[in-house]
Design a protein. Structure first.
Length: 425
């Protein structure tokens, strides 16, 4: 008795994990924490922000210090500026501190900073694109697993129905009311149903693995999911969906930020035609013994590029060509976004209509099977009629599952194309 109690206690955590179910939103939260692609995207964004500080560093004072200790051999005159005979070796020490500060460059560094900031915004938008992709992948895997569960249930129900039909045919055959063909036909249908059940069960296992991968989990999927296929329908207009897409799609935001960055870079490169004013200061302590002699200088430097072989002109031309490329890419991306939104809307409406048709077909298939079973029991119908009715019911149930999954997948595609969640949960 004691060992039975111990085994029961050990089994409790396993049962608790098996009973745990997570909603779609909970699965999305897991993926957003676990997916390595999102961690990589976050690191890329962090690197872009650091590049902003790298660019800003040129706008701030540059201070450096140095210390040199060496031994120098030469004639005494090289040390004292006096004539002497033989050479000698002496120590030499030098300490220096220098300061450099850009005073005026017509805003070139500032525009480079703005370009780096815009580039960082583009990287953040690219990370949002990766975020939306992860969410969409989880939604697809989640609904595909729900479909696998429901189709498995259909397969289980079909096996049970065929077992009942085999018992019915066997009973009628035993009393001489049905030929042997009815029994063998029912056996064939049962074998087919059992084979379909094996496939359906395997599809569930495959679906769980697909969801686990979409979530970014390294270990097994130790929880089940909540069936959310039966949800209220969402009504979304064409104009509303397109406005949401144009305003929210991170791909468009990324391209807009890249355009701003290129515009700022062009302005910065054009400033190479203009002079730059820099403040330079240096203090040096040197000598062969302490205390060291101090020297310092303080002044300004004006630097103007007179001719550099057309380098600046070529750089400006290249930057403008890249900007034209980005603008064309933005137009093409906007066209693709429009196509994606319109396709998603059409698929969503088709899926909604398909659910209604599938519901009606399922109701009729169930009624048809009931009639066929009654006719066969009373000897009015035959086994072929009963078999056809059973196959039609299985097909109708599978069609309804596919219609439900098609609707949720189409809605997920619309959310992906508009970068907006419509909140059907």
């Amino acid at each position: 008795m004691h060992w039975l109690f111990t085994v029961t206690l050990l089994a409790l955590p396993v049962l608790a994990r098996a009973d745990a179910r997570k909603t779609l939103e909970e699965c999305i939260e897991i993926a957003l924490r676990q997916q390595p692609t999102l961690r990589a995207a976050a690191a890329t964004v962090a690197a872009g922000r650091e590049r902003v500080w790298e660019t800003a560093a040129a706008y701030l004072p540059q201070v450096s210090a140095s210390y040199l200790a060496s031994r120098r051999h030469g004639s005494p005159s090289s040390f004292t500026n006096t004539n002497a005979g033989r050479g000698e070796t002496r120590p030499l020490y030098s300490t220096a501190v220098s300061l450099s500060q850009v005073l005026f460059d017509f805003g070139q560094n500032l525009q480079l900073i703005h370009a780096a900031q815009a580039s960082a915004e583009a990287l953040a938008a690219d990370a949002d694109t990766q975020h939306d992709t992860v969410v969409f992948n989880v939604q697809q895997a989640y609904f595909a697993l729900l479909a696998a569960y429901r189709l498995r249930d259909v397969a289980e129900e079909t096996v049970a129905q065929n077992e009942k039909h085999l018992d019915l045919a066997q009973g009628r055959h035993d009393v001489g009311l049905a030929p042997r063909f009815d029994v063998t036909n029912a056996q064939v249908q049962l074998a087919t149903a059992e084979l379909n059940r094996v496939t359906a069960r395997n599809n569930v296992s495959l679906g769980r693995e697909t969801l686990r991968n979409a979530l970014g989990l390294l270990g097994p999927l130790d929880f089940d999911i909540v069936d959310s296929l039966e949800q209220p329908r969402s009504e979304v207009g064409d104009a509303e969906a397109l406005d949401l897409a144009y305003a929210n799609r991170p791909e468009l935001k990324s391209l807009a930020a890249q355009e701003r960055a290129d515009i700022e870079r062009i302005k910065a490169i054009e400033k190479d035609y203009l002079p730059k004013l820099t403040l330079n200061s240096n203090v040096t302590w040197s000598g062969s013994g302490y205390p060291l002699q101090e020297t310092w200088n303080f002044g300004g430097l004006v630097n103007l590029s007179i001719f550099n072989g057309g380098l600046t002109t070529a750089q400006v031309g290249e930057a403008k060509a890249n900007l034209d490329n980005l603008r064309a890419t933005e137009d093409a991306t906007r066209q693709n976004v429009t196509l994606e939104v319109r396709q998603a809307l059409l698929n969503l409406r088709q899926a909604a209509e398909s659910i209604g048709v599938a519901d009606k077909g399922l109701q009729q298939a169930r009624e048809n099977l009931t009639l066929a079973e009654g006719r066969y029991k009373t000897g009015v119908g035959n086994i072929i009629e009963l078999t056809d009715a059973q196959v039609s019911l299985a097909t109708a149930e599978a069609s309804r599952v596919q219609a439900l999954v098609g609707y949720r997948t189409a809605l997920a595609a619309l959310e992906r194309s508009t970068a907006h969640r419509f909140g059907t949960e």
